[in-house]
Design a protein around this ligand. Structure first.
Ligand code: GRF
Length: 200
């Protein structure tokens, strides 16, 4: 299965997926909207095709999304993986990849959609936090849940320590979700229900 991964920065989730070396998965390209995304270096070092579609070069979101879709579709992806990709995508874009577009979000959705999830979790005083892999639908940071991981919040936590604990789980569940997809076990029904066949 051909997989295209979109990043905007560090790319540690992309790296975890690449390092998982999932049988049957070919990482066809890593594409960034930022030319300086650190993740591009790792991808290139692994011989993966990289591309930049700089959102600053486009006057409209639609223009950017069209150029991005073109850069993605060159690789005929079965799956498109958003891994720390920090642009909101238009409805048309999302519809084009329906059922084959995954995102990871650093909270237990539907709690804490949006930015600064760890800070907000600490402010709210919750005891359990985590991360969610979901299919992308038109609404931001929501959509049918594929897999989640929970972590405890300790009284001594700051944003950084909590983020690190969550990130370690992200690096576990994102490759897992991709593996399910590649094995043909993960799907999204037309009613928007997720099914994972043979889930242990
Ligand atoms: C992760 O915490 C992810 O959940 C969020 O952005 C961060 C990206 O980190 N969407 P990285 O670029 O994968 O290292």
């Amino acid at each position: 299965k051909s997989i295209v991964i979109l990043v905007s920065g560090r790319g540690s989730n992309m790296e975890a997926i690449v390092r998982a070396a999932i049988p049957g998965a070919i990482i066809s390209a890593v594409i960034s909207n930022r030319p300086d995304a650190k993740g591009l270096e790792f991808a290139a070092s692994r011989g993966i095709a990289t591309a930049v579609v700089d959102h600053k070069a486009f006057a409209t979101r639609e223009g950017f999304d069209m150029a991005l879709a073109e850069a993605i579709d060159m690789h005929r992806p079965d799956l498109v993986v958003l891994a720390g990709f920090m642009r909101v995508l238009s409805d048309d874009f999302v519809r084009h990849y329906e059922g084959r577009l995954l995102n990871i979000h650093p909270s237990l959705l539907p709690a804490f959609p949006g930015l600064h999830t760890h800070r907000r979790a600490l402010e709210a005083g919750i005891r359990i936090h985590g991360a969610t892999v979901h299919f992308v639908t038109a609404a931001l940071d929501c959509g049918p849940v594929v897999i989640q991981a929970a972590v405890p919040v300790s009284s001594g936590d700051d944003e950084e320590s909590l983020a690190a604990r969550v990130l370690a789980q992200e690096h576990r569940i994102y490759p897992q979700a991709v593996r399910w997809f590649v094995e043909g076990r993960l799907s999204l029904s037309s009613e928007g229900r997720v099914s994972v066949q043979g889930e242990a």
